[in-house]
Design a protein around this ligand. Structure first.
Ligand code: G6P
Length: 612
């Protein structure tokens, strides 16, 4: 979703900002813009489409315009179509201040009506332009940018990550946050502002995370942080460990392919130092202080969005089957608005790659207000969910750039498996049983490596089905969420309509769709319900559906039943999703490539959804 990068210092900020915007492209956006201050005048350029359009519009300027204060933005449209006019930055009425904004001003219509009455004119349709005008009005009155921003925000309902500059005050950047992430990069005689560390990590690793309700006054010599009511806040400086190589493609055609291939390593990283094979146990530092509450929890609630919600569904199988704790799973967007019954002895897990998803963050706050213990399973270190949770476990997948989540998903599942073993042990599972599970979990990185050898076969299957109009994905037990996730991967990046179903539910509806044109992907490991799934396969065969099976290496019967078979090693049923999703990620990837779509930045999608 929208991205922000800003700079104040002594060097030319144009390449810093354009490169920062390129690093933010993965978040998903549909227009981009830049504002620079030179000789107390603004230079603003805004373009619909990609950052490359903006750079082209700047033309020669990319190398020749010199400015030491500026900011850039990538916009993911909410209010108003993606266009040059609606792109940020926006000016106020007198073109004295420029502003970029992530989030939504919910009461913008009321503010706009009042400003129109006062003679303001608006060029576009965005809520942000209204906010820029409001800050401009305040700036006219007080002539002090931090004060103007604070006063304007006291009239605003909604969410924001906001950066403002004034052409007649080129010594400062003012930023404010409520619900949309912002961090300040602390340099030597220069400072940065960004919505995501990847935009600035090549310049500095020292960052200050702004919290909700805070405003920052950033100059070349320092940063003053205050609340909206002007109470100074002392903020700690954090060290970002992100490596530049982690946010580059490293020889792969797409980030998504790189991230799929990283999974043997990222799954291992999720377990490293945590899985104690000999003890048959798990050590998770982020849960140590609340282990008592986990022990006495009467119910676990897992809540998340998108792919992370699919991880939650698998988590439910793990928690209930192995740890025997009643578990519920709910979309965060539903959880937050239905006033759920949450007890103080409930433990609520928030699962999120980015740690910034607006609905998941709100669900966290709601559960916290109701007295529950809230724990994060988060990938991005220092993100809002990580910071607001009572504890939690990082996924340690490293930066995920491809919009379609892959390695973060398998790391989330690995973390859920670790928590499951931990919970089961504290609730009485024997050391021997713990050892058996831990030993198997430790084999998964190698098993993923084995699956990646199927790549060429999967690429050929993708060629065969690249023109399909629909796909059906079917699985049972813990592989039902895998079916949902396989279908999601395909629709996200190839734009083919795909549905995931529990295999046995097929006959209650989707079976009506099956004919010789319908590819049906079955996840069919040799487990206790193998024969049941085979019956479902027969039902599809009888209607001439085309069957692709994800089956175990030693399953000799499946060749008779399926047109295409992708082999995966055996594991325990509840760990199976960590392996079985890998071929489905590759299938979606190669179908998308064959169709020529933008794999890493699919249309309309955002990596991190920071609006409701
Ligand atoms: C967006 C992304 C998905 C992701 C979902 C939840 O829709 O495109 O890939 O699964 O948000 O994101 P989170 O960061 O909370 O896991």
């Amino acid at each position: 979703m929208c991205g922000i990068v800003g700079y104040i210092g002594t060097r030319n900020c144009v390449p810093v900002i354009l490169e920062g915007l390129r690093r933010l492209e993965y978040r998903g956006y549909d227009s981009a813009g830049i504002a620079l201050v030179r000789d107390k005048e603004f230079f603003i350029q805004k373009k619909a489409g990609k950052v490359s359009n903006l750079a082209a519009a700047l033309g020669e300027a990319e190398g020749t315009v010199f400015a030491t204060l500026g900011m850039g933005h990538t916009r993911w449209a909410t209010h108003g179509e993606p266009s040059d006019i609606n792109a940020h930055p926006h000016w106020d009425q007198k073109k004295r201040i420029a502003l970029v904004h992530n989030g939504i001003v919910e009461n913008y219509q009321a503010i706009k009506t009042k400003l129109l009455r006062d003679g303001h004119t608006f060029l576009g349709a965005t809520d942000t332009e209204v906010l820029a005008h409001l800050v401009g009005v305040m700036y006219d009155e007080c002539r002090d940018l931090p004060t103007a921003v604070r006063l304007a925000l006291s009239e605003v309902d909604g969410t924001y990550g906001l950066v403002v500059i004034a052409k007649d005050d080129p010594g400062r950047i003012v930023a404010a946050r409520k619900g949309s992430p912002l961090l300040i990069g602390v340099g030597d005689g220069e400072n940065f502002i960004a919505s995501d560390a990847s935009a600035i990590v090549e310049h500095t690793r020292k960052v200050v995370y702004l919290d909700d309700g805070e405003v920052a006054d950033i100059t070349t010599s320092g940063v003053r942080t205050m609340t909206i009511d002007d109470v100074t806040v002392e903020k700690p400086i954090h060290q970002v460990t992100l490596e530049l190589s982690q946010i580059e493609r490293g020889g792969y055609d797409h980030f998504m392919l790189k991230e799929i291939h990283e999974q043997p390593e990222t799954i291992l990283n999720a377990m490293r130092g945590r899985l104690l094979v000999e003890e048959g146990d798990v050590k998770l530092g982020g849960l140590q202080n609340i282990i008592g509450r986990l022990l006495s929890a009467r119910r676990l609630i897992l809540t998340a969005c998108g792919t992370s919600w699919h991880a939650a569904l698998v988590g439910e199988y793990m928690f209930e089957q192995i740890a025997r704790i009643p578990t519920e799973v709910e979309y965060a967007s539903e959880f937050r608005y239905r006033d759920p019954i949450v007890n103080i002895d409930d433990v609520v897990f928030l699962i999120s790659q980015s740690g910034e998803t607006a609905d998941t963050l709100s669900a966290l706050r709601d559960a916290k207000t109701k007295g529950a213990t809230v724990l994060g399973i988060v990938n991005v270190v220092g993100s809002s969910i990580a910071r607001e949770s009572d504890g939690g476990v990082y996924a340690h997948a490293g930066p995920e750039i491809g919009v379609a989540s892959t390695k973060a998903f398998t790391s989330q599942l690995t973390v859920l498996a670790l928590i499951t073993i931990l919970l089961a042990r504290v609730r009485g599972m024997s050391r021997e049983r713990g050892q058996v599970l831990a030993r198997e979990l430790a084999t998964l990185p190698d098993k993923v490596q084995t699956i990646l050898k199927e790549t060429e076969k999967i690429r050929k299957i993708a060629e065969e089905f690249k023109d399909a109009k629909n796909f059906l994905y079917l699985g049972r037990g813990a592989n039902f969420p895998v079916a949902l996730e396989g279908a999601l991967k395909l629709k996200e990046i190839s734009y083919i309509h795909a549905e995931g179903y529990p295999a046995a539910e097929m006959k209650h509806g989707p079976i009506a769709l099956i004919d010789e044109n319908m590819p049906v992907v079955f996840i069919v490991p040799k487990d206790g319900i193998y024969d049941k799934v085979v019956s479902n396969i027969q039902e599809v065969r009888a209607r001439r559906g085309r069957i692709i099976a994800v089956a175990n290496e030693d399953d000799t019967d499946i060749d008779e039943l399926a047109e295409f078979v992708i082999r995966v090693p055996r594991t325990y049923g509840f760990f199976g999703p960590i392996l079985n999703i890998i071929p489905l990620q590759l299938l979606a990837y190669y179908i998308a490539v064959a169709r020529g779509t933008n794999v890493d930045q699919p249309r309309n999608l955002a990596k991190s959804v920071t609006v409701e």
